[in-house]
Design a protein. Structure first.
Lengths: 265, 311
């Protein structure tokens, strides 16, 4: 059976198309404001690239904070469950999964069988999410990728007072005025976010192996800060931002349906 | 609002200054000043023998000493007084240690307490100071002394900065939001996000969904009121209750706090009707600077410091 996992997050959308053990296609894009429209467009796009049509598709499983926007889904699973499934597939030794996306950060404790034992979420405060990096990259006038790179070149540790993304932005502007080197500012911001994420992770307890996923896992500067903050090694799987979508696809394959399951397309 | 198209800065509230035409400062014995350098706004207040003489209310720049000088210069603009004519000056607020003309600094909590006592009378027991980047609920006694306080300076939700960010996003001047938030059919549910950054996304979604702008303003004002309530509930509110700071000018937030609290904010005693008839202004943002100037007067009267008057 060919299945799809669709992860509709706060800012980004990820789709994975799978046939049994094989990935036929994957795509990512911004959700924009009209999330439902973005989902339809990206879905058709990824199917076309894979040489498929909607008729070829078996189950479609949605996940993410806006999973409801996937009108054609057969069901949805919670993002925590999707993360755990996706990670278990690639890194079965994972016991702690840290997922930091654009608007949410979460830590999940998983069993050796890949089951969710406990989790903690920050969806209240932008200071522990990718949105903070985006805001600061605008202030620093560098791309997010660039900011990740320069953070690793920092030579001095600044301490920032701000624990809020809005105040952090003002503080960074004054640091720029004081001619503070950009790498040091970038590093300070990464450290601040890492501190917030680590405190969420400590709620569930940190246990080896720690796996980091979500868009922020692609940010090497941040991963480095987080490693230092929790004083543990962190494994980042390939395409860490696709992990939710992959987990949803796995769930579709396993036939795990929630009560919300609808009729097929 | 697309960036670039939005040439107008909706957060930019008007700066004001004023001088009391009924006071001849040359006849005054003690002239004191208070300079409140906040994170967003700076106020300078000059008092002659404890009477309100002049003020300037300006925006804080990137440099605290410059902001203090600008505020003081603005306060003195319509007078023929100079800094050398003053006996004592106290700095307060976030940048209080960087006020070049001040001889002393006092925390803004003490100053707001004293200022509220002057502006709203000795019966005031609870002061909610809603500043640019923090907010404080303060319990005070009949002399305006601080008994207890609760503070949020960690999160932009519930601060003036949050309201400015919102004004810019929705494209409505910040001083119009309060009044417009009542031009609605029915009170909408409040914005559910706590974080200002997330509230921005939520507001964009609401605008997109076609929700009327005034309703969104109502939803934002009630979210802010609700946020402030958490602080007030922790401190416990005793009457009389007043709100100072910039957000006190936003009736959309003030009336919603009053409603949720079931307590009205107190009437002001300073600048009562006779003063209003004479055209005296009243500015809730001045509480900190007024308190600082009054505390300066007290310091000199009690001989705890010497006058630094040079001319």
């Amino acid at each position: 059976m060919i299945v799809a996992g669709i992860d509709v997050g706060g800012k980004n959308l990820h789709i994975v198309i799978k046939k049994d053990g094989q990935i036929l296609g994957k795509a990512a894009g911004p959700t924009g404001i009209k999330k439902a429209v973005a989902v339809e467009q990206l879905y058709d796009e990824v199917l076309k690239k894979a040489g498929l049509t909607r008729k070829d598709m078996g189950r479609v499983m949605a996940t993410g904070s806006s999973a409801k926007r996937v009108a054609f889904a057969n069901g949805s699973i919670p993002d925590v469950a999707a993360d755990a499934r996706g990670v278990y597939k690639l890194v079965p030794s994972a016991r702690t999964v840290i997922d930091v996306g654009a608007e949410e950060g979460r830590a999940i404790k998983v069993s050796p069988e890949g089951k969710v034992l406990d989790f903690a979420i920050n969806d209240k405060c932008a200071a522990g999410t990718g949105t903070f990096v985006e805001a600061i990259s605008r202030a620093l006038e560098v791309s997010v990728d660039e900011m990740s790179k320069i953070a690793l070149q920092s030579t001095q540790t600044l301490s920032t007072n701000a624990q809020c993304a809005v105040f952090g932005e003002s503080e960074v502007v004054s640091l720029i005025h004081q001619k503070t080197p950009k790498p040091d500012i970038a590093r300070a911001v990464m450290n601040a976010i890492a501190g917030r994420v680590a405190s969420v992770a400590r709620i569930v307890g940190l246990e080896k192996d720690v796996v980091m996923i979500g868009g922020m896992a692609k940010n090497a500067g941040f991963v480095d800060s987080l490693k230092k903050s929790i004083d543990m090694d962190i494994i980042v799987p390939e395409d860490p931002d696709f992990m939710g979508a992959l987990g949803a696809a796995e769930a579709a394959l396993a036939g795990a349906m929630t009560e919300e399951g609808k009729a097929g397309p | 609002m697309a960036e670039g198209v939005n040439a107008q800065e909706f957060w930019r509230w008007p700066e004001t200054n004023w001088v009391n035409p009924d006071i001849d400062w040359r006849k005054g014995k003690i002239i004191t000043a208070g300079v409140d350098v906040g994170s967003v706004s700076t106020q300078a207040v000059i008092m002659v023998d404890g009477e309100f003489f002049a003020y300037g209310n300006t925006r804080t720049g990137s440099d605290s000493p410059d902001s203090a000088r600008k505020g003081m210069g603005f306060a003195l603009e319509k007078t023929d007084m100079k800094i050398e004519n003053m006996d004592y000056c106290i700095g307060t607020g976030y940048g209080r240690v960087n006020v070049p003309m001040a001889q002393q600094s006092i925390t803004e909590i003490s100053c707001h307490a004293r200022g509220a006592n002057f502006m709203y009378g000795p019966e005031v027991r609870t002061v909610m100071d809603m500043g640019g980047q923090d907010c404080k609920a303060i319990r005070i006694d009949d002399r305006g002394k601080v008994l207890n306080f609760m503070m949020n300076d960690k999160c932009a939700a519930g601060t003036g900065r949050g309201m400015e960010v919102f004004a810019d996003l929705i494209g409505v001047p910040v001083w119009e939001i309060g009044a417009r938030s009542f031009k609605i059919q029915k009170e909408p549910p409040m914005i559910s996000s706590i974080c200002v950054v997330f509230a921005k996304s939520e507001v964009v979604g609401l605008l997109e969904s076609g929700m009327p702008e005034n309703d969104i303003m109502a939803a934002y004002c009630s979210a802010m009121a609700h946020r402030i309530m958490e602080l007030l509930n922790r401190l416990g509110v005793q009457k009389k209750f007043v709100i100072t700071g910039g957000i006190a000018k936003n009736e959309g937030v003030v009336k919603r706090i009053e409603k949720e609290l079931g307590i009205q904010t107190a009437e002001r005693v300073w600048n009562k009707k006779e003063y209003i008839d004479r055209g005296y202004p009243f500015d809730t943002q001045l509480a900190g600077a007024i308190g600082a100037a009054l505390l300066g007067n007290a310091v000199l009267k009690m001989d705890k410091a010497k006058s630094t008057r040079k001319a």
